[in-house]
Design a protein around this ligand. Structure first.
Ligand code: ZN
Length: 327
């Protein structure tokens, strides 16, 4: 299986999922996969490796490339292209070729929105080519210090040095690329402990990484420091910084509007509240899943590779983790 063959880039992601599996004692199953033993990660990888790579113009000099993992954004300057995220490693040559075809400039800088393999898989290639990799400081920590995950038989998950960010920041930093100003911001732990939201002005584009999945239940990587509270906090900040004209590039799925983001945030708030009540009532994680707290949202949000059951487990685990921390 690909996870084993290509252990390194997948490991951080797997670590989070494995953690939740261990906690729940139940194997993950993806939406529409009832009766099979496929995990979330297996379904996601199959999708990332088989979807066509699509290029969408977002502005005069800004493109989104999608299909090879998380969404990739390319911003052009006179002699260079800046990329946001690098897809899965197996498709990086294809990504690089498609980027060049759209921009006619070499990639010289790469920003990672967070540490997961479907956003950083191309780092090895780009880093080896001398591209400067930029990320929130915890991304470097996550990519360079992955632990032994015996459960899936993986021992060394460390990214090679050339794939690690060489420019990092803590709270925010700005970059200029052509006529655009990029403001990189971390609002604290959300999807992971190292998420970056990038506001591009004057184009009025916000690249928000996996804080937003359009249009399905997100992963909350509790093992990497993510939390449901942090997701909602970050979304509130993004909503405050954007307007109805802002093009929002989610980590996965098509370009969205602020109203889409608002709807997603409101869904998360409601699910958090319902799961919180189940936790307060002393329910176990299996009882919380059985209570189907997302039932009325599932038709709209439960069709991605994160099934309703898995999503409830992640929210439950996150709330338990934060109540332990606050104790
Ligand atoms: Zn992610």
């Amino acid at each position: 299986m690909r996870i084993l063959r290509n252990a390194r880039p997948s490991l951080v992601f797997i670590q989070a999922l494995v953690c939740a599996v261990v906690i729940s004692g139940t194997a993950f199953r993806a939406a529409g996969q009832a009766g099979t033993s496929k995990t979330v990660i297996q379904n996601a990888i199959e999708q990332f490796e088989s979807s066509p790579l699509k290029t969408t113009a977002l502005d005069k000099d800004i493109w989104m490339l999608s299909g090879d993992g998380g969404n990739v954004t390319a911003i052009v300057a006179e002699g260079s292209t800046l990329l946001i995220d690098s897809g899965v490693d197996s498709r990086v040559s294809e990504l690089n070729a498609a980027t060049f075809k759209a921009t006619w400039r070499p990639v010289t800088r790469l920003v990672n929105t967070h540490c997961h393999f479907d956003h950083t898989g191309g780092n090895v290639y780009f880093g080896s080519e001398g591209v400067t990799i930029i990320a929130q400081e915890n991304v470097k920590k996550q990519l360079s210090s992955v632990q032994n995950v015996a459960f899936v038989g993986l021992r060394d998950g460390r990214y090679p040095t050339q794939a690690l960010p060489t420019v990092t920041y803590s709270n925010s930093m700005t970059l200029n690329q052509g006529g655009e100003k990029l403001t990189l911001v971390n609002y604290g732990p959300a999807h992971t402990d190292g998420d970056t939201v990038i506001y591009i002005t004057p184009a009025n584009i916000a690249v928000v990484g996996d804080i937003f999945s359009n249009h399905f239940y997100p992963i909350i990587d509790v093992a990497s420091g993510g939390s449901i509270d942090g997701m909602i906090h970050s979304l509130d900040q993004i909503l405050a910084q954007t307007d109805e004209q802002t093009k929002i590039v989610p980590g996965h799925g098509p370009v969205a509007t602020r109203s889409d983001l608002q709807e997603y945030r409101d869904m998360l708030v409601q699910v958090r509240q319902r799961v919180k009540l189940l936790v307060a009532a002393g329910k176990t994680i299996d009882e919380a899943v059985a209570a189907a707290p997302t039932k009325d949202f599932d038709a709209e949000w439960g069709r991605g590779y994160v099934s309703p059951d898995v999503f409830v487990r992640m929210v439950f685990t996150s709330l338990i983790a934060s109540s332990n921390t606050n104790r």
